[in-house]
Ligand binder design. Structure first.
Ligand code: GH3
Ligand code: MG
Ligand code: MG
Ligand code: MG
Length: 351
């Protein structure tokens, strides 16, 4: 055999196992005999093989959403050379890492260097030993597994750094970053942006009466209700304690006031089911908006929402109050906004 792996009696590495092992392998090999031999071995070793004869087809598959993570590419291929497929895969950073072994008939050092420069992880000269191929694929799987673990750990850290552990909402710091970003975007696009500050009323009493754990359950359910009150691209964060901020892009003052009223109703008009039974909770909402005519800074917007929230508390809680612009409504010195309609029912904007 000249163009494929040679069977040996060498003990090979363990077969692919475990739920997460990337057991799918793409083989791109135009020589039918070599392709069949490699395919037979890989299948015997437990891999799920996808075999193609053409480099362009290999590239098409490797770009797909569920591409195999291991690829054995022959250097000389019709359509697109294996080394070119390799280069293209490395330039495309949108996919999970693909471990590539280039196969070639040449054992020349400059070819090896060219393969590594093109982004190949490994290089096998044909004819190659079956046990060696098996071992090299095993190395590939090990590297992919280690890489996936690193990525998962990085994602977990990133999540912890940006989210509130109790509710899973964005945390205060991240919400402020998002607010800055969205406000800059709104200003560039000459669009309004609103900010809602939501505070549970007399929450200390919930803790005092039912205990802190039930208080936590109420915070979690309150977060769920907030999320279900807003659109997918609105941003809900917990700012600490029983206070939440909602960034609402492209929504002006009146629409944001409607949303505030809807939140008051959605949280206050049916009890929270907890391990200690139903608990009634109401919220106060401060609404502030930045408009293209009177844009606010994020600090100004937060201050305005805080002022509006303060006013909602002063005016009896279980209500939403609105500050349209910081300039014409000095902090904590505001005329009372429209009270909540009787029964707290809120108009429902199309948002
Ligand atoms: P107001 O209507 O004026 O907002 O009254 P309040 O009782 O809600 O406000 P206050 O600021 O007096 O009390 C907030 C309470 O929220 C006190 C604190 O123990 C409780 N709290 C803050 N963080 C948590 C938490 O993570 N879990 C629980 N269970 N309680 C919390
Ligand atoms: Mg070939
Ligand atoms: Mg409160
Ligand atoms: Mg509070």
């Amino acid at each position: 055999m000249t163009d494929g792996p040679q069977a040996t009696s060498n003990p090979a590495d363990s077969p692919p196992s475990g739920n997460d092992s990337p057991t799918r392998v793409l083989i791109a090999e135009d020589d039918p005999v070599a392709r069949r031999v490699v395919e037979t071995f890989l299948t015997k070793w437990g891999y799920n093989v996808l075999a193609v004869t053409d480099g362009a087809e290999a590239w098409r598959i490797l770009q797909s959403h569920d591409a195999p993570r291991l690829a054995l590419l022959d250097w000389k291929l019709p359509g697109l050379e294996g080394i070119e497929v390799c280069r293209r895969v490395r330039l495309d950073s949108t996919h999970p890492y693909i471990y590539i072994v280039l196969l070639t008939a040449s054992g020349q050092k400059q070819d090896l260097l060219a393969a590594l420069h093109a982004g190949a992880d490994d290089y096998l000269v044909k004819p190659f030993d079956a046990a060696e191929l098996r071992a090299r694929l095993y190395v590939g799987r090990r590297i992919l597994a280690a890489q996936d673990e690193l990525i998962a750990a990085r994602e977990a850290l990133r999540f912890q750094a940006t989210h509130d552990p109790l509710t899973g909402l964005w945390n205060h710091g991240e919400l402020l970053r998002i607010l800055d970003r969205e406000l800059a975007r709104a200003n560039r696009a000459h669009q309004p942006l609103s900010l809602l500050m939501v505070d549970l009323d007399h929450f200390k009493q919930v803790n005092d009466i039912y205990g802190h754990l039930v208080g936590d359950e109420v915070l979690v359910e309150g977060s769920r209700r907030l999320l279900s009150s807003v659109r997918a691209y609105d941003v809900v964060g917990r700012c600490g304690g029983e206070e939440f901020l909602i960034v609402v892009p492209a929504i002006d003052g009146p629409a944001a006031t409607s949303l505030g009223l809807r939140i008051v109703t959605h949280l206050g008009n049916h009890p929270f089911e907890t391990s200690s039974g139903p608990v009634w909770v109401t919220v106060s909402v401060g609404v502030a908006s930045s408009s293209p005519a009177e844009p606010l800074s994020s600090v100004g917007l937060i201050r305005a929402a805080d002022t509006a929230l303060y006013r909602a508390k002063q005016n009896g809680r279980n209500r939403a109050e609105t500050v349209i612009s910081e300039e014409n409504v000095p902090e904590r010195d505001l005329e009372a906004a429209e009270p909540l309609p009787p029964g707290g029912s809120a108009p429902t904007p199309e948002s």
